[in-house]
Design a protein. Structure first.
Length: 319
């Protein structure tokens, strides 16, 4: 991840680099590491690009200013950055050209050798990208795709991926400011060629083009960082057992404070012992690896205390 940030995003903490990386000049990033249900680790990352207008300003330039030049540049950037198709195999690919991903899973091997002659390397690289995308970015419908569908309605994939869901080119509505991204193959998940070649695994890249998407992503990050892996009914059962065990002790009045401290400790230990942790997550923690990556430092905001202070100074009838 650190190499991805320094080499692919080319983030410069001193903000002196004006060339930037694959997405442009990166002004900041925040990513959190998440453990999936099957135990594997993956990361969600927000990247701030220098010069990118906010969703509101973007909408103003499209629907109010009718800036056609801006729209053309925006379309060119999006189409160049986000791909949604399986690259074809090169016709001139030599049979003896070493492309490891033809014989092995693309995620388990490196790309073609940089020592190959230029033309041979370009053909090998295109072939490698073909196998990478085909293996890593092709969506297969599973039960989780339909989990929000009601029994009596037509099933639609919640990831909005389907063979019929294609858009031949990026469309920008000059009246509403709505942007519909190009999607050449309905079952191919969004990817960036350079990024997938670098990390060699499934990726999903999205452009934050509206305030609603920005809020949804912010909520998702906050929800993940603050969520507990312990289910409520398991937590309550563990707490009940700890309280019951401590309640059986015959304590004197002067021992009540010590009793309260031990009770809290027992409750905490009971809850921790019931948590399920995946092997990769435990290994990552024991090795001292980061569970989040950020370009900036932050101060804590104790919202409840802040809210109470405001309420004391200016009481709200609604609250």
């Amino acid at each position: 991840i650190k190499k991805f940030i320094s080499e692919v995003l080319a983030y410069d903490p001193e903000h002196k680099d004006l060339k930037g990386g694959i997405l442009g000049v990166c002004k900041g990033y925040y990513g959190c590491v998440e453990c999936q249900g099957r135990g594997t680790l993956h990361q969600h990352m927000l990247v701030w690009v220098h010069g990118a207008p906010s969703p509101n300003k973007m909408k103003e330039r499209i629907s109010k200013a009718k800036d056609e030049n801006f729209c053309e540049q925006l379309k060119a950037f999006l189409d160049d950055t986000i791909s949604t198709h399986v690259p074809p195999l090169p016709e001139e690919l030599e049979h003896d050209t070493p492309v490891p991903s033809t014989k092995h899973h693309p995620c388990a091997v490196r790309g073609p050798s940089l020592e190959l002659p230029t033309e041979e390397y370009e053909n090998a690289r295109q072939a490698d990208l073909h196998y990478l995308v085909k293996k890593c970015q092709t969506h297969e419908h599973k039960e989780t795709c339909w989990k929000h569908c009601k029994v009596d309605e037509v099933k639609t994939c919640r990831f909005n991926l389907d063979e019929s869901n294609t858009t031949p080119e990026t469309i920008i509505d000059m009246e509403t400011g709505e942007i519909t991204l190009q999607h050449l193959e309905g079952l191919i998940n969004n990817y960036c060629e350079i990024i997938i070649e670098s990390v060699r695994c499934n990726v999903d890249i999205k452009a934050v083009l509206s305030g609603a998407v920005a809020k949804a992503l912010s909520f998702y990050f906050t929800d993940y960082i603050t969520k507990s892996p312990l289910k409520s009914h398991v937590a309550y059962a563990a707490l009940e057992a700890a309280v019951k065990k401590m309640g059986e002790l015959d304590l004197k009045a002067e021992e009540k404070m010590a009793h309260v401290k031990r009770l809290l400790q027992k409750c905490a230990n009971a809850m921790i012992s019931q948590q399920e942790l995946a092997g990769p997550e435990v290994a990552s923690h024991l090795l001292g690896l980061e569970d989040h990556f950020t370009s900036h430092s932050f101060n804590n905001l104790y919202w409840t205390s802040f809210e109470h202070a405001i309420e004391r100074q200016d009481p709200s009838p609604e609250c």
